[in-house]
Design a protein around this ligand. Structure first.
Ligand code: ATP
Ligand code: MG
Length: 400
């Protein structure tokens, strides 16, 4: 019977007695194991440093590093590898000590080959189960962290859009008042007291500062309120490629000024999505703006689209400066920015995240400092249908 690759057990046999090692290795190879050999603990550790091994069969009595010392080093560096110890038949205490140090089991010499084969297979199964458990645990932790992050960002989103809404009105009043003050101060009135005031220049500078800050505050409220357009979500059939081209058209000037090369990798077939084109455009604008900023002059941005059975996927990839690892967990947080006061508010990705969760989509980022960044956005096909149903039911509710 043919064995699949996952069932092939890579075994490292460590024993200083060459004759014994060769005989056992030959027999094990005949049973389908992939064999590696080492004559001492040091050589064993060296092999483990460069080769993938599932199970180590390790003699306890060896010159140099003893079996138990080697075992401890293996467990410290390669905890996932299972170790079976071979002890002399009068040295059961070695075996017990080995199990305490993390060995899977021990066998006494002389070894019965079938017994050893069974033990190795059991140890391998154990290693496989443990690897699966670890992978499941990692996946669960990642998922839980993502849920917590999403919930946190969604509630922050709701709160901040509310605040932005409230701030907009006073902001407009301050802006108008600043404009009026500027007008009064700058107006040519030779006899006015203000005209002779030595502080006139300082007053004008103060007003300019107010105006710059208003501009920034407006950009913040604009970002936050941009995705809560006055009208309700409007779902329609969105031609993904056309929307990408149209969105890039809005940023054409910047792309041309910076001589950025645009690469298109669009799916040959037309891809459509039932979604809110306005919201997707906002996501694309933010991601493209970031990419344009990251690549600078003569950079390159690649836009791709493709679909799987259940999702439509868009990618915005740039060869810019990349995002340092320590920032990756913060980029979706509101107000996290590495840009200067006039360049960025730190709300772009926060809004993108919020929109993607509104559209039941997903966003992922991969980045390497100095190499570039790749944002992948995924729209589940079923979710767009769910959203459509939500929309329709909301319309129905409205009519009643
Ligand atoms: N493509 C990218 N390449 C490198 N860094 C990026 C990229 N996209 C985002 N970042 C990093 O993530 C930070 C947050 O991005 P975000 O879009 O939320 O805010 P911003 O671009 O700084 O400001 P805003 O979009 O509000 O004008 C950026 O300041 C930048 O450090
Ligand atoms: Mg941005």
């Amino acid at each position: 019977m043919n064995k699949s690759k996952e069932d092939t057990i890579r075994l490292l046999l460590v024993d200083d007695e060459e004759g014994f090692r060769m005989t056992i290795a030959k027999r094990l190879e005949r049973r389908g194991f992939v064999l590696m050999q080492a004559s001492c603990g040091e050589a064993c550790l060296e092999i483990l440093g460069r080769e993938a091994v599932d199970v180590v069969v390790l003699d306890v009595k060896m010159p140099g590093l003893s079996g138990i010392e080697t075992l401890k080093a293996i467990k410290q560096k390669h905890g996932e590898i299972q170790v079976i110890l071979l002890t002399g038949n009068v040295a059961v205490s070695d075996g017990i000590q080995g199990i305490k140090a993390g060995a899977y089991d021990y066998l006494t010499k002389p070894v019965e080959i079938d017994h050893l084969v069974n033990k190795v297979r059991q140890a391998f199964e154990m290693a496989r189960m443990e690897a699966q458990k670890t992978a499941q645990l990692e996946y669960r932790t990642k998922l839980e962290r993502k849920i917590v992050d999403t919930e946190r960002l969604v509630s922050l989103g709701t709160m901040s859009t509310g605040i932005a809404h409230e701030i907009n009105n006073p902001l407009a009043i301050i802006n108008e008042a600043a404009g009026f003050m500027k007008q009064v101060i700058s107006a040519p009135k030779p006899k006015s007291k203000l005209d002779q005031c030595s502080q006139k220049k300082a007053l004008l500078m103060g007003i300019e500062k107010i105006e710059t800050s208003i501009k920034r505050a407006s950009r913040i409220t604009h970002q936050l309120l941009g995705h809560v357009k006055k009208h309700r979500s409007q779902f329609s059939e969105v031609d993904v490629a056309a929307l990408m081209h149209e969105t890039l058209g809005l940023l054409k000037k910047e792309v041309e000024d910076k001589k950025i090369r645009m690469n298109w990798q669009l799916h040959r077939k037309k891809i459509s999505l039932w979604s809110d084109a306005y919201k997707i455009r906002q996501v694309l604008i933010n991601l493209l703006n970031n990419a344009i900023h990251a690549v600078g002059e003569n950079g390159c941005i690649t836009l791709s689209s493709y679909e799987t059975l259940d999702a439509v996927i868009l990618e915005i990839k740039d060869n810019g400066r990349g995002i340092p690892k320590e920032n990756l967990s913060k980029i979706f947080d509101p107000f996290f920015t590495t840009k200067s006061f006039d360049e960025g508010t730190g709300l772009g990705l926060f809004v993108v995240h919020k929109i993607m969760s509104d559209l039941a989509g997903d966003i992922e980022v991969n980045s390497r400092v100095g190499k570039g960044t790749d944002f992948t956005i995924k729209f589940p096909k079923t979710a767009s249908i769910c959203n459509l149903e939500d929309n329709l039911s909301m319309d129905k509710d409205k009519k009643i």
